[in-house]
Design a protein around this ligand. Structure first.
Ligand code: ADP
Length: 540
């Protein structure tokens, strides 16, 4: 018979994170750019006190365990306080992505049964548009003081965050409950059909946040300063707002300024050592550095995820600017990162090209997560780095189902990701494409990611995207979209000539279309569906 371990059974709760931070690292700073541009600076201890005030305030509004509180907000200190106050008191923090279509926003606010919505003043007109369609919301709470409240007439029960919390005390006894209780609700972007809700448990988030602190992942400790560029409104800013407080790392929240100059200034003045964002953000930052001949004097590690990190960007950040690049893969359904590609000591010594190739892959599964690739019949494919199939994932922070849905997305206990990948003998996973983005030409598959990567390597290319377009003979052929760098000239022939030295003839795009910018969706990714809709028939 199995013998039970004789250890205490203490739940992993988000309230423990903020109290740990306040008690152990009470003087550590949180710096936040508020919606109106000014910087706010305070400590973990002060943040905890205000989170407790908010917890009292939410109770005074009649909310209790299980109630949902929505947020439509940037990465800032008030949003952070809400992260802790809401989940810590057993309520569900529903982070809403303001870049969703207003109809989708209305859908998710109603679907989640949000009773309070916290919002930044920036989003006042959005709130005005959605409020009449969200009858279950009892209070609209603007993350502001009374003096900076936006003009939003016609919204019932509108109040200023600062006024509300000032009326309550900073003592609050966080309730204790099962660590499997829902803490945060995050909806997928809903590219097909309605957005689907992923309800993260306290346990899944705390485990992910602890993992993020490991040296081989983001590497957080009291000597680090971390700036999450990834939004707190989608996938919890990859759990950095929890990880920093667990590790005692200074936390810098950039608010609405996510452009190259804004990020550069904040990274330099606050001496940021680690940061995380999608490749588009890193491209914008590198562009700013290049144009102004600047260097980042303190940044040591750049974490990228959300879409494939182009090799040229890895090369630029690591070789030119001396910043260690790491790549993670994850999705709404995996809380935050499920994998990480980082170099081991032997690989650190290898030639630059070799190092970049390793980082360009999506990495090894973190402890707590397992990966496999399967063929169309569900049979597991060999870990040979060549056999490609659908990536399946399971683990401590992977969804088991969607909020208020009775049908399980799982296949024999694994979550099917819709990504096509390979895994090698050492567990290194590489995303070849999203299943729907792979290009089928004749009997062969072309990875749009590979082609985009190659095109981005041209010094005059600012951004590139590839889609498969219907073709009478080949079924599909690749079509390349290119955005030129500012002030650079670049023509079709030059692009094709450049590509021909790197990609097989079969994979060469049939046409190149130059655009001013690429359509970008709610999570900063290129919207290939929009490109397909507009250009899908050019070869038929
Ligand atoms: P959506 O874009 O639909 O909102 P998510 O934000 O959950 O969905 O994105 C998840 C998807 O993003 C993954 O399934 C994968 O296709 C892509 N993705 C995430 N990280 C990476 C990465 N490092 N490299 C390539 N693709 C990635």
């Amino acid at each position: 018979m199995l013998q039970a371990g004789l250890m205490m059974d203490r739940p992993l709760l988000i309230s423990a994170v903020i109290e740990h931070a306040a008690a152990q690292y009470g003087r550590t700073q949180i710096v936040s750019r508020d919606t109106h541009g000014s910087l706010h600076r305070y400590t973990f201890a002060a943040c905890a006190a205000r989170a407790r005030r908010l917890a009292n305030a939410l109770r005074s509004l009649g909310l209790d365990a299980g109630s949902a509180v929505g947020s439509i907000a940037w990465n800032n200190h008030r949003h952070l306080e809400a992260y802790y106050a809401v989940s810590g008191s057993g309520m569900v923090m529903h982070t809403c992505n303001p870049r969703l279509h207003p109809e989708q926003l209305i859908y998710i606010v109603n679907h989640a049964d949000d009773r309070v919505i916290l919002f930044d003043a920036t989003f006042a007109s959005l709130i005005k548009a959605i409020a009449p369609h969200c009858p279950k919301v009892e209070t609209w709470l603007c993350l502001s003081d009374a003096a900076n409240m936006p003009e939003v007439e016609g919204i019932p029960n509108l109040c200023a965050y600062e006024e509300l919390i000032a009326a309550h005390g900073d003592q609050f006894a966080w309730p204790e409950f099962d660590e499997r209780t829902g803490a945060v609700l995050c909806y997928t972007s809903g590219t097909t059909g309605h957005p689907k809700g992923a309800l993260y448990s306290h346990r899944s988030m705390v485990l992910n946040a602890i993992t993020l602190c490991m040296p081989g992942v983001l590497g957080l400790s009291p000597t680090e300063t971390v700036l999450p560029i990834v939004p707190m409104f989608h996938i919890n800013a990859w759990c950095i707002p929890y990880a920093a407080l667990i590790a005692g790392a200074k936390l810098v929240l950039p608010g609405p300024r996510l452009d190259g100059p804004g990020l550069y200034e904040m990274m330099e003045t606050e001496k940021v050592t680690a940061s995380a964002g999608v490749p588009t953000i890193w491209l914008g930052l590198v562009h700013h550095l290049e144009q102004n001949q600047l260097r980042l004097s303190t940044l040591q590690r750049a974490l990228s995820g959300g879409s494939a990190m182009p090799r040229a960007l890895i090369a630029s950040l690591s070789e030119k600017y001396g910043i260690e690049v790491r790549q993670g893969w994850g999705m709404t359904e995996t809380v935050a990162s499920a994998t990480m590609s980082a170099l081991d000591s032997e690989q650190m010594m290898s030639a630059p090209g070799e190092r970049h190739s390793i980082i360009a892959k999506q990495g090894k599964s973190l402890f707590g997560v397992e990966l496999k690739v399967v063929d169309e019949h569900g049979a597991t494919l060999p870990r040979d780095g060549i056999s490609q199939g659908e990536l399946m994932v399971r683990g401590q922070w992977i969804v088991s189902g969607y909020y208020k849905s009775n049908t399980s997305p799982l296949v024999a206990g694994w979550f099917p990701t819709g990504d096509i990948a390979t895994i090698d003998a050492y567990g290194m996973m590489q995303i070849r494409d999203r299943a729907k983005d792979l290009i089928k030409t004749g009997g062969e598959w072309i990875s749009s990611i590979d082609l985009e990567n190659a095109a981005i390597g041209h010094p005059a290319v600012a951004a590139a995207a590839v889609i498969g377009v219907k073709h009478p003979k080949w079924q599909e052929r690749p079509l390349l979209f290119v955005v030129r760098k500012q002030g650079r000239t670049l023509e079709r022939e030059e692009v094709l000539e450049f590509l021909s030295t790197q990609v097989a003839r079969l994979c060469m795009p049939d046409e190149v279309i130059f655009l001013e910018s690429l359509p970008v969706g709610g999570t900063g990714k290129v919207q290939k569906a929009a490109l397909r809709e507009k250009y899908g028939d050019v070869f038929s």
